[in-house]
Design a protein around this ligand. Structure first.
Ligand code: SAM
Ligand code: SF4
Length: 348
């Protein structure tokens, strides 16, 4: 359903679903390829990559982004796979920044090679960056990502901060037999550096289907572990953001923190789902619209786009898909089935 603004005929004020949720946040996966092979995301051998013809080109991405913005999308996050392996990322950001109204633009990246492009990305109009980093230990990093690239990621994080991205957010997935015990040290590092750390619960979107609810590190467990070291003051959720926010007011190494207090975010997609407030849509690198990370169905936008559909026709297809968005992800219910696509092929 598209709600229209009576003061500006033809201008949409929102993509509304049957539960009254309004979709305003679009995640665009620029590529399914990646420079890492995180164990909770990709298989060791990688995936069967999309061909150039299967992938949307930059003109197609920009055209669809314009349609989405016309339908009320106000923020666009570029992701993947690894968006930094997309060769024309900087001009893509500039094209999106030229949209009217201009959406807020952000990037989720593993940080590798960010040293080369951070300043250009900011100049092109990028507003925010989240770098994914699960450990500060080189061997553990190599084990978790199957690549020995920790130094490149840390250099990328520093480059993003130097380019003026504030707050710089760090996304961390905790894995029980790997980096769980490192959570307090990661938080201390983030507080010293002035970054905002967010722990994300592991979701059943891994290629190897190794996820299990029992093995997953839950938000409760993360908060108990951190609460033993840090004084955390709950701040609730900010708007539709999935992260539960905390002020960190005391803890180890406080005299070296970048500010008197810091922030922590916990994204408990599995144990404390935020589906009721979800305002997200996802466009895969091959032009499929997904209204939920865990959707079993997708809506093809690439076919109609390449067949010459008008903006209004594309808008109607998108609106119908949004109207049918499922109520929630249903993880933990008897009928839950993990989607065929992995996180990297959806665009996290
Ligand atoms: N390659 C970029 C990166 O790693 O930031 C962007 C894509 S990646 C799929 C986006 C985010 O999804 C990362 O923060 C990553 O840690 C997270 N992620 C990947 N697989 C996940 C899973 N099974 N459960 C929870 N988060 C996952
Ligand atoms: Fe690549 Fe990001 Fe998936 Fe890691 S989480 S394999 S960096 S897409």
């Amino acid at each position: 359903m598209i709600a229209t603004d009576s003061s500006t005929p033809g201008r949409s004020t929102g993509l509304v679903d049957r539960f009254g949720r309004v979709a305003t946040d679009l995640r665009i996966s620029l590529t399914d390829r990646c420079s890492l092979r995180c164990t909770y995301c990709m298989p060791a051998e990688g995936l069967v990559w999309l061909t150039k013809t299967e992938r949307l080109n930059d003109d197609e991405i920009a055209r669809l982004a314009e349609v989405f913005v016309g339908l009320g999308v106000t923020s666009i996050r570029l992701t993947g796979g690894e968006p930094l392996v997309h060769p024309t990322l900087v001009p893509m950001v500039a094209r999106l920044a030229a949209l009217d109204p201009r959406p807020e633009l952000s990037l989720t990246t593993n940080g590798i090679s960010l040293t080369r492009s951070a300043a250009q990305l900011v100049e092109a109009g990028l507003d925010r960056i989240n770098v994914s980093l699960d450990t500060l230990d080189r061997d553990r990093f190599a084990e978790l990502t199957r690549r020995d690239r920790l130094d490149d990621v840390l250099a990328g994080v520093a480059a993003a901060a130097a380019a003026g991205i504030t707050p710089l957010k760090i996304n961390t997935v905790l894995v029980r037999d790997s980096n769980l015990a490192e959570a307090p040290a990661l938080l201390e590092w983030a507080l010293r550096s002035g970054y905002q750390l967010r722990f994300i619960e592991h979701m059943p979107l891994d290629a190897d289907h190794l996820w299990s609810r029992d093995a997953m590190v839950t938000a409760d467990e993360i908060l108990e572990l951190l609460g033993a070291h840090f004084e955390l003051v709950p701040q609730g959720h900010h708007g539709h953001a999935p992260a539960e926010e905390f002020d960190v007011v005391d803890g180890p190494g406080r005299e070296h923190w970048a500010a008197a207090s810091g922030h922590l975010g916990v994204i408990a997609s599995v144990t404390r789902p935020f589906c009721r407030d979800c305002d997200r849509l996802r466009l895969t690198a091959d032009g499929q619209l997904r209204t939920c990370l865990f959707a079993r169905e997708e809506t093809d936008l690439r076919g109609p786009l390449r067949d010459g559909a008008s903006d209004a026709e594309l808008g109607a297809i998108i609106a119908t898909a949004v109207a049918g968005k499922q109520a929630g992800h249903g993880i933990g219910t008897a009928t839950f089935v993990q989607p065929d696509r992995t996180m990297s092929a959806i665009g996290g």
